[in-house]
Design a protein around this ligand. Structure first.
Ligand SMILES: Nc1nc2c(ncn2[C@@H]2O[C@H](COP(=O)(O)OP(=O)(O)OP(=O)(O)O)[C@@H](O)[C@H]2O)c(=O)[nH]1
Length: 380
């Protein structure tokens, strides 16, 4: 494997373990503004579930680069932990990690306010444990939330599946799916849709699941997918992912099916690029950024596959998978990429100006749409 690597200038970040929260490359002309939304009114993604189901671990591994083994030492969460990831991520939202047992009857717990501003509710079920109690809790939580805000996306993570055999995984998913939907049918809540994912922090499944959760909240997803389709079909590229670099969530991909291996390969490439950049990309005086406008990398694998990464915005990178022979037309690919990048910036600039002109009456609840760094703010 050869790596042709153009190291971007790195900031005073440490190595991979202490990955920066903010890549820190400054505003440029036409750069996308940070959201002026006060943090408490930002749309949110809630992480709920029984104690020790793995909520804090998911949040730390996906958004804070914690290694899965370190989560063994996480202490139990005792109050709602609000994590505002908008300064480091394309996705301009808050993640609220709830303590295991939320008491809906506690008068200090204003669940109506919480659910009103929620885009997605992720309910985490520990698949290695007896999940009967968790299913009861799931039902109570989603039915309450649905009554307050039927626009919420309800996502169920059947978590810690690394401990299960393949057959057992499928059987567990089928059983949980069946029971959860039976409970909803009994309560005449058939319209409430639950989506299920098998997840583990020990592989890429948690990033893949989070990607899907976030994609549902991106209003411009069809436009992004279209742009990716046009880009790859005119450039001889097999697969392209638009990544939020810090979290490795892919916010869009072309319409060909995603196979887990390709996704993992692209995630690994981002890790390599950022790690090398953090170690060798520093200026002598320690200034610079681990990810900036110059960031790009080409990795040629021994099976005639090429991985090509390029910066799109402050938070986003395009990672493509293509054959070596297609890469011979690198000039064409680069030209098409230039057009693609310009189009993405235009989508976001239109978004920002739309949000500047749109007025939202005071007190209007923020609904489903999650605001993005560089995309329209919530307009409901
Ligand atoms: N095997 C396995 N263990 C996991 C996984 N995710 C989390 N864990 C472990 O589960 C335990 C509990 O994780 P936490 O993240 O603290 O759980 P929590 O839901 O936030 O717990 P509370 O704060 O008490 O509500 C830790 O020991 C984690 O290492 C996973 O995907 N697989």
């Amino acid at each position: 494997m050869s790596i042709q690597y153009e190291a971007p200038l790195a900031d005073s970040y440490g190595v991979a373990d202490s990955f920066p929260k903010d890549f820190g490359y400054g505003e440029e002309e036409g750069d996308i503004e940070d959201s002026p939304t006060p943090s408490d009114s930002k749309p949110r993604i809630l992480l709920m579930g029984l104690r020790r189901s793995g909520k804090s671990s998911i949040q730390k591994v996906v958004f804070h680069k914690m290694s899965p083994n370190e989560t063994l030492f996480l202490e139990s969460t005792n109050k709602i932990y609000k994590d505002d990831i908008s300064s480091s991520s394309f996705v301009n939202f808050q993640i609220w990690d709830f303590p295991g047992q939320v008491d809906f009857f506690d008068p200090t717990f204003d669940y109506e306010m919480i659910f009103r501003g929620t885009g997605a509710l992720i309910f985490v079920i520990d698949a290695q444990d007896d999940y009967v109690e968790a299913l009861g809790r799931l039902h109570l939580t989603v039915s309450r939330a649905y009554r307050v805000n039927p626009e919420i996306n309800f996502e169920v993570f059947i978590h810690k599946v690394d401990g299960l055999s393949d057959d057992h995984k499928i059987e567990t998913q089928r059983d949980i799916h069946q029971r959860a939907n039976d409970d909803l049918a009994d309560a005449s809540l058939e319209k409430l849709h639950l989506s299920f994912y098998l997840t583990s922090i020990y592989d890429h499944s948690i990033f893949e699941a989070f990607s899907k959760v976030v994609q549902k909240l991106i209003p411009q997803l069809p436009t992004l997918e279209n742009l990716l389709n046009i880009f790859i079909s005119n450039s001889g590229i097999e697969k392209a992912f638009l990544f939020d670099v810090v979290s490795k969530i892919y916010i869009a991909t072309d319409s060909s099916p995603v196979d887990m291996q390709s996704y993992e390969l692209c995630c690994d490439m981002i890790d390599v690029v950022i790690d090398v950049s953090c170690i060798y990309g520093l200026k002598e005086d320690g200034t610079g950024s681990a990810y900036d406008k110059e960031s790009m990398a080409i990795i040629k694998l021994n099976n005639t596959t090429v991985l090509y990464l390029k910066e799109v915005t402050k938070f986003l990178a395009l990672v493509c998978i293509l054959r070596e022979e297609s890469f011979e037309r690198k000039g064409l690919i680069d030209y098409n990429f230039h057009c693609f990048r310009k189009a993405i910036h235009e989508v976001f600039e239109v978004g920002v100006s739309t949000s500047r002109t749109s007025t939202q009456p005071a007190g209007t609840p923020l609904m489903k749409t999650v605001a993005l760094n560089g995309t329209p703010r919530s307009t409901v």
